[in-house]
Design a protein around this ligand. Sequence first.
Ligand code: KIV
Length: 266
Amino acid sequence: MAAQITLKRLCEMKAQGENITCLTAYDASFGRLLADAGVDVILVGDSLGMVIQGHKTTVPVTMEDMVYHSQAVAKGNEVALLMVDMPFMACPTVDLALVNATRLMQEGGAQVVKLEGSGVQLEIVTELARRSIPVCAHLGLQPQSVHKIGGYRVQGREPEAAKAMLDSAKALESAGADLLLLECVPEALAAAITAAVSVPVIGIGAGVHCDGQVLVLHDILGVTAGQVPKFSKNYLAGAESIAEAVANYVAEVRDGSFPDEAHWFS
Ligand code: KIV
């Protein structure tokens, strides 16, 4: 069996310019299939609210849902680093963030917890990091804020917003974040953030210069209901099996051919 992927390994990959591969999964079968295909990081995303539960947003997803799906993926996966989303309002205070992150690790098997938010999350990231809880901070488009921001759109286009995101990324790294995830961010800004921090940066709709890429599993398998985001790509089209589709995604991320210009924002 391949060696377990660790945060240390992801940092080595960043240092050596090796692209990190990440996909979402929500059950044991796909946890195993993704790990067998060489995916470095499996994200149990709160996107499960949409692709598994059929909600319109991620807002209804609960801690119970995250623990349940994380447990399932953890049973199938023994190799990839397991990252799990803190769902909507799982971090209203430092104390609750600690309780909920602990649940994801102890009950769900998470090795990294991911939380949306920028400046407001600094204290929470600091306290999680102080207690050796690995953290990924999710910047750019934050789907849990969809009702506040009024839709899913590219973030950081205006110079002030771009500067604020760069500043947040640096501050989150200083607070102890182990990874950053950038969603729907112009390619040049994502490249600047990736160069400005020493922790690995995983992008989705954020261009090819991030240290790694993540997509939603259902999008790459062409089974997403409704509109598929511009930055995603159907890897099942042209493949003979799901395993081959995932392997093709892994190969294209590794060799830098995904994403291309058609799958990022300028
Ligand atoms: O929930 C999720 O799947 C995510 C990805 C879109 C990055 O956060």
